[in-house]
Write a protein that binds this ligand. Structure first.
Ligand code: HEM
Length: 303
């Protein structure tokens, strides 16, 4: 079966209905003006313009993962951090990360099966916990991702999470070499979470408010880590993490300065790579461009 982006977006819309004008996933979010300062440490491995030297402008969008823009921050456990690097000359490239290291589906088709299983479980009025159990039982590939979500505690801030771009990419170097890599953002402020009780006493949109206060004191910063894959690390399976001890390179620092209105036409497309970065053979990664464009098409016409 070859899944069409339309079918994927229809199925996502079935989770919490249509919220006109919003993204079909990660519906509520806030955009920020940022600057990226590449360390130059990756320059021998990639010709990518944003990983050389100098300073670039960037847009960051933090989000909750829910399809429902009204859902309280506490109730959508995984958070997103999407970064659009603005390369001099007008090109852009994106890295889109979440707070869990693996995805719950290996292929677009199993993504659809899973979303449909959740529809069914909801129609049968199963509790969230039972939906988790049901999915874990029937979709063994989703187990790691579900466990990772279950382990998540509410973040103290959008600026105190580690964000994983999940998919493998390839870096193409000036000498013609290519190597598989993954990307992660590590917060300079360290990892900080809240207990469920603490988070329950916070306002619905506490993460946005916390960022507003934090940024008055100075930029919120993240380090970009590039993880170097070995021959045995899968590049086509988002449900499998690479071993923790793989070599890492500090590729640069991102400083987030202030909240901004979302620029019109913004689509954080994880396949929008520039020369020096290549897409892997991960079918989920390759499907995302069409799905995100379909979501953008719908939200931009106000449906
Ligand atoms: C088949 C797999 C997937 C589908 C169908 C899907 C679908 C979507 C859709 C429709 C949007 C809204 C796009 C827009 O209107 O601009 C979105 C946003 C997002 N997705 Fe996915 N997604 C998938 C996989 C993933 C994965 C693997 C990650 C983890 C890195 C991820 C993280 C995000 C984030 C962080 C956003 C918010 C981007 C922003 O702030 O603009 N998604 N996704």
């Amino acid at each position: 079966m070859n899944l069409l982006p339309n079918e994927a977006i229809d199925s996502i819309e079935g989770l919490s209905g249509i919220h006109a004008g919003y993204r079909r996933a990660h519906a509520r979010g806030v955009c920020y003006r940022a600057t990226f300062h590449p360390s130059g440490e990756a320059a021998s491995m990639t010709t990518a313009a944003h990983l050389q030297g100098g300073q670039l402008d960037a847009i960051v969008r933090f989000s909750g993962s829910s399809t429902d823009p009204a859902l309280a921050d506490l109730l959508s456990p995984a958070k997103g951090m999407a970064v659009q690097f603005q390369i001099p000359g007008g090109k852009t490239t994106c890295l889109v990360g979440v707070t869990v290291p693996v995805f719950f589906a290996r292929t677009p088709e199993s993504f659809l099966d899973l979303v449909r299983a959740v529809h069914k479980a909801r129609a049968g009025h199963l509790s969230m916990l039972d939906i988790f159990k049901e999915v874990a039982e029937h979709f063994s590939e989703s187990k790691e991702s579900l466990l990772a979500v279950k382990r998540l505690l509410p973040p103290a801030s959008y600026a105190t999470n580690r964000y994983y771009a999940i998919h493998a990419y390839y870096l193409a170097g000036p000498d013609g070499s290519t190597r598989p890599v993954k990307f992660e953002w590590l917060p300079d402020a360290g990892l900080e979470t809240l207990s469920l009780k603490e988070a329950a006493s916070k306002p619905t949109e506490y993460l946005e408010q916390e960022m507003q206060e934090r940024l008055l004191r100075g930029p919120a910063s993240f380090s970009l880590s590039i993880i170097l894959g070995e021959d045995e690390d899968p590049t086509n399976d988002s449900t499998q993490a690479w071993p923790d001890h793989r070599e890492r390179i500090h590729a640069g620092r991102l400083d987030i300065h202030e909240a901004i209105k979302e620029p019109s036409g913004l689509v954080m497309d994880p396949t929008s790579v520039v020369p020096g970065v290549e897409l892997s053979d991960d079918p989920i990664l390759l499907f995302r461009r069409a799905a995100y464009n379909e979501s953008y098409r719908r939200r931009s016409i106000g449906t």
